[in-house]
Design a protein around this ligand. Structure first.
Ligand code: SF4
Length: 263
């Protein structure tokens, strides 16, 4: 049952998977979204806030800031393991910013957040949080912890996680119009003849069928799938896949233990 790497970079991972049940791949995909631990702001203590944003909106914005969670996975405990010392489970960031009278309005960015743990920091310092006018100020302390996407969207590590059928594209060489309508550049035309050049990028949209009719045949290969995910930047794609599979394995273990107790 082969699994091939289709592409892999800092943010994306693509696999071609043959011979595995679609239901199993979908369980892994769902575990990627719902059960991969990610660090995010979970509690905010507002000390001072006379910015245009209500306390709740400011807290919500901080919650949605993506934090680098790669090192946090080994340093902090997962939510289900956290019952004792808070220091094993949480870290803090601080924000203190004031615009004096006479100064021009100033954006507060994620780079203004100061972290207790230098390895847990926003993935970009250029995410705007709030615009402060003259005389306005913000002072707050925020607590971060590992959490799962099933609790809140702020803990979801991916912008995309899909499983799709592996496509098979066949076309008569005179239907060059298909190249113009194909949104994924699956075809290549030379000397007024069309050929399939990039079959794996086909998304089965059937736009080519609308212009070529029976001259094109789009089908899905049985028992062969394309698995793709795109990270938001909080974790490397391979880490996401590894942690998702670990979570799934833990759940299966827990389930089998419970069944064992019942029998
Ligand atoms: S089905 Fe869509 S993506 Fe696939 S070859 Fe046809 S037009 Fe391109």
């Amino acid at each position: 049952m082969p699994v091939y790497l289709r592409f892999s970079d800092d943010n994306r991972l693509g696999l071609i998977v043959e011979g595995y049940l679609l239901a199993l791949l979908n369980a892994i995909r769902r575990s990627v979204i719902l059960y991969t631990p990610v660090m995010a702001v979970d509690e905010v203590y507002i000390i001072e806030n006379n910015s245009p944003l209500y306390d709740e909106m400011l807290a919500h914005r901080l919650g949605m800031v993506p934090f680098d969670s790669e090192e946090a996975l080994t340093k902090y405990k997962r939510p289900e393991e956290c019952s004792g010392d808070e220091r094993d489970c949480t870290t803090k960031v601080y924000l203190v910013k004031k615009v004096e009278s006479g100064e021009s309005p100033t954006w507060v960015y994620t780079k203004d957040l100061k972290s207790d743990d230098p390895e847990v920091k926003p993935i970009s310092g250029d995410i705007p949080i709030v615009l402060l006018a003259q005389g306005q100020s913000v002072s707050l302390e925020a607590k971060l912890r590992l959490g799962y996407g099933i609790e809140h969207a702020k803990f979801i590590p991916v912008s995309v996680a899909v499983v799709r059928y592996y496509p098979k594209v066949e076309i008569a060489e005179d239907c060059v119009k298909a190249a113009e309508v194909c949104p994924r550049k699956v075809f290549e035309v030379s000397d007024e003849k069309i050929k399939v050049a990039n079959e794996e990028d086909c998304i089965l949209c059937e736009e080519c069928v609308k212009v070529c009719g029976e001259k094109v045949r789009i089908t899905a290969v049985e028992n062969k799938y394309i698995f793709e995910l795109e990270s938001t930047g909080v974790l490397r794609p391979k880490t996401i896949l590894r942690e998702a599979i670990k979570s799934l394995r833990r759940k299966l273990q827990e389930f089998s233990e419970k069944v064992g107790v019942l029998s």
